[in-house]
Design a protein around this ligand. Structure first.
Ligand code: 7RM
Length: 649
């Protein structure tokens, strides 16, 4: 176990603060006692069937679950449409003219949509996609900034049964290209640009590079972020302006009746190999879990103004910006830009301006706010807030306490929600009106979710690996095009039990404390980055002979990328080259993967059989005494590296 991990555990073992649900919150909450836990415990499938009944089905399912490990089918025989559930079904009631979406761009431009308006826009775009020849089962890439059209495009795809594959706008042309190829997407939806810290991100330009020469890409749809935006090259026959497409036709589009197990979307996420995995989610089970968790974890009611600060390029944006909250008829807030633009009070100004009642963000953001100082939130009226959430990485108790006091005014419960791209929805979390919280613990599994902690042999333990012991409705149905990898990655550690890749501890109250990844996946500022992906990007540079990438603890981002590189014969190390390598990783993957430290060394520490010893590199990167070096071919190599790292760091 590495040093930072054991320090974390020490902190957790001494954490004995407990916070009961505030009385006022509990009194009005959807769930205020343990009834759902009892019901789900008595009959898990019946419990999930009751949850599924909250959705609008065109045809009821015949069978709740069929489970042939590792393949689950939920609600088979049932037919539904996600956009119908998120939009149409609100139109005959009081929600029709209620605000569905409040959007603010980074420069301060604003747009709002009622449910009726959002429905109209989604139908018009869905019809336009159909006219372009997109039909059931066709994959559509989405590469957009955080603008309303991102949600509209996703919903339009679901309306016509075309699985979307959203790619985070910060990813590089090469990352986008790899995903378009893997998904064989026929259409890409992008924008001329988006705003970030005052600058324009030229998404269309990056898209052109990404799809260059891909003959299966028939159409590129371009949203104009605003009039007078960045100039773009529109290629005849392939490229279309979004606003021109939606203006054609009568804008009507009936929702497709999709089978419960039809694919809803593919979302790529990093794993332990160089190639990201296309996580496949289907329709009925996914929406069931996302709606059940949104309703109970965030205690969403119609008069709430709900703001999840994630990007729609991540699973959090899929489940908890778009699908869950809209299916419940809530009012969602979407913000395009950075939290420190034009100043460090931007988030709190948004909370005040729109009367946000529920805020869901990441520990890395909370730690940044803490560092920026208490005065920023103190300047704004945030009394509208009633519930706070966190997701993406373990939250340190200090950040949790700060969040509670300075953002929540010591009045709002905090829900620390553990889940993954693969789980589709929240898995371990408090229900804020029913479960007491402890700073740093995601508390207990959601009703109907069965988890435990296992060791390598599959024996239950207090501390070891988190394990999910029975299928859940939102679970991934596979990795796109790679069944073998699906079996190996998630289902081969133990028999019929899901392995999420996280270490965890369970305390005497049965509370889970998630300790972080136990594989070669880093979590940098809540973003998953595979060390192998960064290594492949580095060795792809002509000056690099070998590269080893490890994570080191970082106060703000949780982890930072540290790279150790040896150069090809005859290449000289220089600070320019280091800059170039960092930029190269940015070009290959995206800015989020750029190494914080790059150390160039004549050799990397290897065993006599030639394996790079990453464990020792982690010791170097975290400034610890080196662990056992006796298996090294040449122990002097790592000693020199350590001296060099400490000299440069
Ligand atoms: C939703 C999301 C998944 C990985 C997961 C964990 C880590 C997420 C928490 C957390 C501790 C949490 N999807 N993680 N939530 N660790 N406490 N509440 O983040 O696929 O991008 O990442 O994130 O390591 O395996 S993800």
């Amino acid at each position: 176990m590495d040093g930072s991990r054991s320090r974390e555990i020490e902190v957790l073992l001494t954490e004995d603060r407990t916070f009961d649900p505030p009385q006022a919150f509990r009194a009005a909450a959807h769930v205020s006692d343990d009834t759902p836990y009892v019901e789900a415990g008595a009959d898990r499938e019946a419990f999930w069937a009751v949850q599924a009944e909250q959705l609008d089905w065109f045809r009821r399912w015949d069978n709740v679950l069929s489970w042939e490990p590792p393949f689950a089918r939920w609600f088979e025989g049932g037919q539904l449409n996600v956009s119908h559930n998120c939009l149409d079904r609100h139109l005959d009631g009081p929600r029709a003219d209620a605000t569905a979406l409040i959007w603010e761009g980074e420069p301060g431009d604003k747009r709002t949509y009622t449910y009726r308006e959002l429905h109209r826009e989604v139908c018009a775009f869905a019809a336009a996609l159909k006219r372009l020849g997109v039909g059931r089962g066709d994959r559509v890439g989405i590469y957009l900034p955080m603008i309303p059209e991102a949600a509209i495009a996703m919903l339009a795809c679901t309306r016509i049964g075309a699985p979307h594959s959203v790619v985070f706008g910060g990813f590089s042309a090469k990352s986008l290209r790899d995903r378009m190829i893997d998904a064989q997407a026929r259409v890409l939806i992008t924008a001329d640009g988006g705003y970030r810290r005052g600058g324009i991100v030229p998404l269309k330009q990056t898209s052109d590079e990404a799809v260059d020469g891909l003959e299966f890409v028939d159409h590129v749809v371009v949203v104009r972020r605003e009039e007078g935006g960045p100039p773009v090259d529109m290629r005849d026959g392939r490229d279309h302006w979004y606003h021109e497409l939606v203006a054609e036709g009568d804008g009507a589009c009936e929702p497709e009746a999709m089978e419960a197990e039809d694919i809803l979307y593919i979302l790529y996420t990093s794993g332990t190999t160089g190639k990201p995995k296309g996580i496949v989610h289907t329709t009925g089970g996914y929406l069931t879990q996302v709606v059940a968790t949104t309703k109970w974890v965030f205690d969403v009611k119609h008069d709430d103004v709900y703001w999840c600060t994630a990007d729609v390029g991540w699973v959090t944006g899929h489940s908890y910006i778009v699908y869950g909250p809209l299916a419940l008829g809530a009012t969602i807030v979407m913000y395009e830009g950075a939290p420190d633009y034009p100043d460090r009070g931007r988030f709190w100004k948004l909370v005040e301006d729109y009367g946000v009642t529920i805020l869901y963000t990441a520990p890395t953001a909370i730690r940044a706010f803490m560092k920026w100082g208490d005065e920023w939130p103190a300047r704004y009226d945030m009394s509208s807030l009633r519930l706070l959430g966190t997701v993406g990485e373990p939250i340190n108790p200090e950040a949790w306490m700060w969040y509670q006091e300075h953002i929540g005014g010591d009045r709002c419960p905090i829900v620390d929600t553990w889940w993954q791209t693969e789980t589709g929805g929240i898995m371990i979390t408090p229900l804020p009106g029913a479960v007491s919280t402890k700073p740093g613990s995601a508390t207990i599994p959601f009703p109907g979710v069965e988890a435990t902690i296992l060791d390598n042999d599959g024996q239950e333990a207090d501390s070891g690996y988190l394990a999910i012991t029975s299928p859940w409705p939102g679970m991934l149905r596979g990795i796109w095009g790679d069944e073998q990898r699906y079996r190996e990655t998630y289902w081969s550690k133990w028999d019929g039990v899901y392995f999420p890749g996280d270490g965890a501890r369970r305390d005497e109250d049965g509370y889970y404390w998630i300790l972080g990844r136990v594989d070669d996946v880093l979590n940098v500022a809540g973003h998953r980055i595979g060390t192998m992906e960064v290594e492949s990007a580095l060795v792809d540079h002509p000056a690099v002979a070998e590269a080893a990438v490890v994570g080191r603890a970082d106060e703000l981002k949780g982890q930072a990328v540290a790279a150790f590189v040896s150069l090809v014969e005859g290449t000289e190390s220089s600070s320019d080259l280091i800059q170039e390598l960092r930029q190269h990783v940015g070009n290959e993957i995206g800015a989020i993967a750029k190494p914080a430290d790059i150390v160039i060394s004549a050799e990397l520490p290897k065993t006599r059989s030639g394996k790079i010893m990453r464990r020792l590199l982690r010791d170097v990167a975290e400034g610890r005494a080196l662990g056992d070096t006796t298996t090294l071919a040449d122990p002097a190599v790592v000693e020199q590296l350590k001296a060099k790292y400490e000299g440069e760091a």
